[in-house]
Design a protein around this ligand. Structure first.
Ligand SMILES: Nc1nc2c(c(=O)[nH]1)N=C([C@H](O)[C@@H](O)CO)CN2
Length: 123
């Protein structure tokens, strides 16, 4: 299956278990791989037939800010479900990193994979 990728998307949002975290914004870094048949879009050079990575990047930051939660696990599950439903994505792999969380670690993160990869093409 082909993929559309968003790598190292840095967003500012409210996230965290502790009370002080609910009063600030922190940086999350998102990597997203989305299964998609890119041949349909490439055939006639049509943006409307692919996953628009610019639109989805904006949707991710908006979703995180409109749905604040304690755990990056919860955000990962809810965001994956939202993206798959909204954009009809059959399979995705989503990594959410919280680089400021542990002072002596480069980053901490969760990674989830949801849906099924297919080998179907429509051409
Ligand atoms: N597996 C997780 N562990 C922790 C999380 C989390 O979201 N997932 N969150 C916190 C706190 O919010 C932390 O980021 C504050 O430094 C702790 N552990």
């Amino acid at each position: 299956m082909d993929k559309v990728l968003i790598k190292g998307l840095s967003i500012q949002t409210t996230i965290g278990f502790y009370q002080w975290e609910k009063e600030i914004k922190q940086t999350l870094v998102i990597d997203l791989a989305m299964g998609w048949n890119i041949a349909d879009a490439a055939l006639n050079d049509e943006l409307a037939k692919t996953l628009n990575y610019a639109e989805i990047s904006e949707a991710i930051e908006r979703f995180a800010n409109e749905n604040p939660v304690d755990l990056i696990e919860t955000l990962a599950e809810r965001l994956a479900s939202y993206l798959m439903t909204q954009y009809l994505i059959p399979w995705l792999k989503l990594t959410i990193g919280k680089p400021g969380a542990v002072h002596n670690a480069q980053t901490v993160a969760v990674e989830i994979e949801r849906g099924k990869q297919t080998t179907e093409t429509s051409l």
